[in-house]
Design a protein around this ligand. Sequence first.
Ligand SMILES: *Cc1c(COP(=O)(O)O)cnc(C)c1O
Length: 221
Amino acid sequence: MPAPLADRLAAVQEQVAAAARSAGRDPADVTTVVVTKFQPLALIEELHALGVRDFGESRHPEARDKAAALPDATWHFIGQLQTNKARQVARYADVVHSVDRPELVDALAGRELDVLLQVDLGVGEAGGRGGARPGAVPALAERVLEAEGLRLRGVMTVAPIEVPAATAFAALALVAERVRAVEPAATWVSAGMSGDFAEAVAAGATHLRIGSAITGPRPSA
Ligand SMILES: *Cc1c(COP(=O)(O)O)cnc(C)c1O
């Protein structure tokens, strides 16, 4: 029998806190965003009843419908975002983690929105998981600062499969530093998923995006 949701949530929260303490960090400085893509609203409501207030979704309009059903929460849009859907997503998302190109910045502008720059740390050709190459990030940061309504909060990555997670998160920390040189208030680092959140905490992540370790396996799309 799989452990019930409350037990899995508590276990992950304990592991996150332990990872923070062993890195000499305050567990209160690490926010766990529970990734609920493909999961039914009933599961999100159960998590909400257990105290979860940060939810991550990756697809419009699924994210829109869930955010409308549960407005008393912070909704993090974490998926690749098409420019032609950006304005709609900006209406309900509180944070967009996946800003990776100038056209997307322009399309999101005009809304009050927290923005993270997604960084592609893959080796060789740009990977399929989205993100700007590290060298393009400072200019993208400038673009966000010039955009009305958008608040530049920091950086995000999905660790590439071909690189050890700790190596990717160390590289992300360097990119985060370059972004803080442009905007000192951009202190968020969104990194770490079910399989690598301890490494992300050790490397300084402030926001973890954890799905299956808490929710159990995702129903297929
Ligand atoms: C699905 C997803 C996650 C969560 O993945 P798990 O392995 O289930 O924890 C985190 N970040 C992004 C961008 C995702 O798409």
